[in-house]
Design a protein around this ligand. Structure first.
Ligand code: TNX
Length: 529
């Protein structure tokens, strides 16, 4: 920390102390000095602090220009601000000053924005609504954590003066939720979506099928959901999304500028499907439903034509539910499929995805077959993954396959933090907060051309996770770090500074009811060294 900051901080603490003394008996006073513009996660591309702060008051209006999408972002912002400030904050398309959301041409890209804050107001400018939405998340983090409360709080509601200009490093900043090993309700998924949005994550990958459960209604093969979805790890009741429920997830995600990427894992991880339809099995015999946690024991029957009727029907119906560009076909751990069969299967299935207008995503084992043109491979290896396997992925990337990086020993959110973490698995080792943050996606796999890395994604496998509390304990505090790796420049990467920004988020998580792991690596409850 530079010395004048230290002095300022000291003065701030004295001020707070004085306030505390003078207000004995009253509710604890909020900090009167606004959050510095750079205390945001993910770190913004450029920050120029200066000038007077803006204060949101009873008289503040939210101004938007004509676009309906921009107005919806304004409504989202108002819904955050109104309960805690107690102000009306009317949304209007006239006037100046106050909070303003503006669409304008500029060097923002599809998701970037500029935030200008001064005495008269705070203005977010972006080329499109996604940029405004991400700017709103920045604005949220600049306001006191109490802004997240659903009852009226005292304020003051100050936004520090200055300018932030911001846009992401990568277009793919994902989080995956495994709704197969344990099923999560629409409301539980929405809750996670809201948490992802706060950190500018823009892809929600849903792992919709696995050995333990099929979670999406398919009209042409109804038993997939009604029977294949009827249990989960441990033998609980499981569940599945009706098409209407699934559309509601997609809509809600879209309202938070997240694109849903649905995954049907094939040809392995298919016991739930094989159990639902005997004819999908090579021997014509349906196996029982499975509620354990083994992997690699199931395979679709690559030599049977009905397999491809099945795949066509499933992909057609799923593509019809998917406004996004991508469809994930899994392809991992097909230990019960021969290599020849695997290659043949992928050669037949990838064109089906294209036929229904979608782009293939697969786990990186897909690079052992022939990835379709434009396909993305999701790398989930570890430091200890064999040089041969890494070389195969690197070679595919050199030939045009895009990569999404999900190294298991960095960003698998289901890995235990330490040996004492009550939830999670440890096959990829223990992943403490620093380890999950402290790597560079751009330099992770040697030999990969820079443009091949499309971004990062944090998978959350749910063998041991049963509810939102479990999800949140594993996601927080690692998820914001992955979000920062996806959004912020390599140059801004610095654990010592990051951990201070991370610690400052905890107050907001408390207000939002997010229970997190209090890692000893993070200076919670202080401003750090
Ligand atoms: C590996 S990652 C798997 C999943 C498990 C996960 C548990 C991947 C593509 N396959 O089937 O759920 O490990 O961490």
């Amino acid at each position: 920390m530079r010395p004048h900051h230290r002095t300022l901080r000291l003065l701030g603490s004295l001020l707070l102390l004085a306030m505390g003394v003078s207000m004995t008996g009253a509710a604890p006073a909020q900090a009167a000095s606004p959050t510095p513009l750079d205390r945001v996660i993910p770190a913004p591309a450029s920050v120029a602090p200066g000038g007077s702060p803006y204060r949101i008051t009873r008289g503040t209006h939210i101004h938007v220009d004509g676009s309906r999408a921009a107005r919806r972002v304004a409504e989202y912002l108002a819904a955050v601000l109104r309960p805690s400030t107690g102000y009306r904050l009317p949304i209007t398309d006239r006037g100046a000053g106050g909070i303003r959301l503006r669409l304008a041409k500029g060097p923002f890209g599809a998701e970037g924005y500029r935030l200008d804050s001064g005495r008269k107001g705070v203005t977010l400018t972006a080329a499109g609504p996604a940029g405004l939405f991400h700017g709103v998340q920045t604005l949220r983090q600049l306001l006191p954590a109490a802004v997240e409360k659903d009852t009226v709080q005292p304020g003051p509601w100050l936004v520090a003066g200055g300018t932030i200009t911001d846009s992401p490093r990568y277009g793919w900043r994902g989080a995956m939720l495994d709704v197969s090993r344990h099923f999560f309700t629409v409301d539980q998924v929405k809750r996670y979506i809201d948490q992802l949005a706060l950190y500018k994550i823009n892809k929600l990958h849903l792992h919709l099928s696995d050995d333990q459960g099929w979670r999406i209604a398919v009209d042409s093969w109804p038993r997939l959901a009604t029977y294949g979805g009827s249990t989960e790890v441990g033998g609980g009741p499981g569940g599945y999304y009706t098409k209407a429920q699934y559309k509601e997830i997609v809509r809600y995600a879209g309202s938070r500028y997240l694109e849903v990427v649905p995954e049907i894992d094939m040809p392995g991880h298919t016991n739930a499907a094989l159990a639902s339809y005997a004819e999908l099995n090579c021997d014509g015999v349906a196996p029982p439903l499975y509620t354990g946690t083994d992997v690699g024991f199931s395979s679709l029957c690559v030599g049977k034509e009905i397999t491809y009727d099945f795949v066509d029907d499933v992909i057609r119906e799923l593509a019809a539910l998917t406004p996004g560009k991508y469809l994930h076909i899994g392809g991992d751990e097909a230990h019960s499929t021969s290599h020849e069969d695997y290659v043949e299967f992928m050669d037949r299935v990838q064109p089906v995805v294209a036929k229904y207008g979608k782009t293939v995503v697969g786990w990186h084992q897909l690079t052992g077959a022939t990835p379709a043109k434009g396909a993305l491979a999701q790398y989930w290896g570890l430091d200890s993954t064999s040089a041969e396997e890494k070389a195969q992925v690197v070679k595919a990337a050199q030939s045009g396959t895009g990569l999404i990086l999900s190294p298991a020993d960095r960003v698998y959110l289901d890995m235990k933090y330490t040996k004492d973490t009550p939830l999670g698995l440890s096959w990829a080792g223990y992943v403490e907060v620093r380890r999950s943050y402290d790597w560079d996606p751009g330099a992770y796999l040697a030999g990969v051309p820079a443009g091949a890395v499309r971004g990062v994604e944090a998978p959350m496998w749910s063998e041991t996770l049963e509810d939102s509390e479990h999800i949140e304990y594993m996601a927080f505090p690692r998820l914001p770090g992955v979000a920062e790796l996806g959004w912020s420049s390599a140059a801004s990467h610095d654990w010592e500074r990051y951990k201070v920004r991370l610690a400052a988020q905890a107050e907001r998580w408390d207000v939002l009811g997010i229970g997190y792991y209090r890692s000893p690596q993070v200076p919670w409850g202080s401003d750090g060294p």
